[in-house]
Write a protein that binds this ligand. Structure first.
Ligand SMILES: [Zn+2]
Length: 429
């Protein structure tokens, strides 16, 4: 922790500079508080235990819709960290609460699920100080960081103005389609702010929500012998027509908008006109309007591909079915929002001045789309290979993650007799 001079960020208007200065002062006041200093020291001492818990959580499989075992372990650890009312909600989220004296409600969260299917080898290997295992960072690190912050709050008897909820969500990855965080915001309209500990290296703040829509398109045709029945429409040929057109789509670099046919299967062999074919398509954008535009084009291409294949063979026997398998809203937030500025000031208090703003698909998509301030911040350490079997995590200086989350949380929720919350209570009218 450094108590350096007040740093004014450049390129801000007078109002922005005033807010940055005020938040820097708030963070300095918090960081001077004896209990908070004890908390920061506690978090550094707690790093080894936090890493052990991160490893243990990684070893418990948590594929989409099968998070129960890891959720139960996280629930037990959260209760052991001294958090009250720890329970699992109807959707499968783990929730525990530290009550304040009447202020904003802030969630400090990480996701329980991983992208990896059942049966994935989760053995952790270690090389040159790096830990390697599927899911070792995403998001075991976030869960471990939430637990460490919870322990620090208990250890120093932190008294916040607002309520802080410590949360583990289900369904963040893939087909989970954000089901956990959707349930949270559906069932609790009183939430004022949301922090997800889920991200890469220190200094990155995710404040944009990359939206996505995912489709599974199934083609069904008559099938037949490739020679004897030649002249019938083919499910694979029709799908190929669609893929060729999708592959040629042009999308803007800004706001970043992408498309991908990620998985195909179909047919039975070289000598059979394919009776069926299925593909999974993902389109994403940092802009909601661009997302809907590109999704509509893709769906149109898919419809046309079936028509074209039928027309080619003067047939009506080829049919398609489109199933929407994912829909995550997009959204943008200003870097001037108090939740973002507070996180920046907390990082500065820890000596981290290099800030990188980003957009991605996280649990924050839901609150951002609802107009509720939300950021994703890293859990400390370095990492790479997310969503790959080669995912790795380097725990050097990892305590900075929980420390940044702790300071950001305290500033947002406010510390009794030290600082007012920087997070506003929303008008729930
Ligand atoms: Zn994640």
């Amino acid at each position: 922790m450094t108590n350096g001079p007040v740093v004014l960020r450049t390129g801000l208007d007078a109002k922005g500079n005033a807010m940055a200065t005020k938040l820097t002062e708030v963070l300095e006041a918090i960081a001077r508080d004896a209990a908070v200093r004890d908390g920061l020291a506690f978090l550094e001492r707690d790093a080894a235990r936090t890493l052990d818990e991160q490893k243990a959580l990684t070893q418990i499989p948590a594929p989409p819709f099968k998070e129960q075992a890891r959720a139960a372990h996280f629930r037990d650890l959260l209760a052991a960290a001294g958090i009250a009312d720890v329970h699992v909600d109807a959707e499968g989220n783990v929730i525990g609460v530290r009550r304040g004296s009447g202020g904003p409600t802030l969630l400090l969260s990480a996701h329980i699920d991983t992208v990896f299917p059942e049966g994935t080898d989760l053995t952790i290997t270690e090389k040159d100080g790096r830990l390697c295992a599927p899911g070792i960072r995403d998001d075991s690190r976030g869960l471990a960081a939430v637990l460490s912050v919870a322990r620090a709050c208990t250890a120093v008897k932190a008294v916040t103005v607002g309520d802080v909820w410590f949360v583990g969500t289900v369904g963040e990855e893939g087909l989970g389609n954000l089901r956990g965080v959707r349930a949270l915001f559906r069932d609790h309209p009183n939430i004022d702010g949301f922090i997800s500990i889920d991200g890469g290296d220190m200094g990155r703040i995710t404040l944009g929500a990359t939206g996505s829509r995912r489709f599974r398109v199934s083609y069904q045709g008559p099938g037949g012998h490739s020679f004897g029945a030649f002249g019938l429409p083919s499910a694979v040929h029709a799908m190929g027509r669609a893929i060729a057109q999708i592959a040629d789509l042009e999308t803007p670099a800004e706001p970043k908008t992408t498309f991908n046919v990620g998985r195909v299967r179909g047919g039975t062999g070289a000598t059979a006109i394919a009776e069926d074919a299925v593909m999974d398509i993902d389109v994403r954008s940092n802009s909601g309007a661009e997302l809907q535009r590109i999704a509509a084009i893709v769906l149109d291409i898919v419809e046309q591909s079936a028509r074209q294949e039928n027309t080619r063979w003067n047939s009506d026997q080829l049919h398609i079915a489109v199933e929407e398998i994912g829909d995550r809203p997009a959204g943008a937030q200003s870097a001037d929002l108090p939740i973002v500025r507070t996180a920046v000031a907390a990082l500065a208090a820890l000596g981290i001045e290099q800030i990188q703003y980003g957009a991605s698909s996280t649990d924050c998509n839901i609150p951002i789309s609802l107009g509720i301030p939300a950021i994703a911040i890293p859990g400390g350490g370095k990492s790479g290979g997310n969503h790959a079997l080669t995912e790795w995590y380097d725990p050097r200086m990892s305590h900075l993650g929980p420390q940044a989350a702790f300071l950001t949380m305290l500033a947002l929720a406010g510390v009794q007799q030290v600082s007012e919350p920087t997070l506003a209570r929303r008008d729930k009218a």
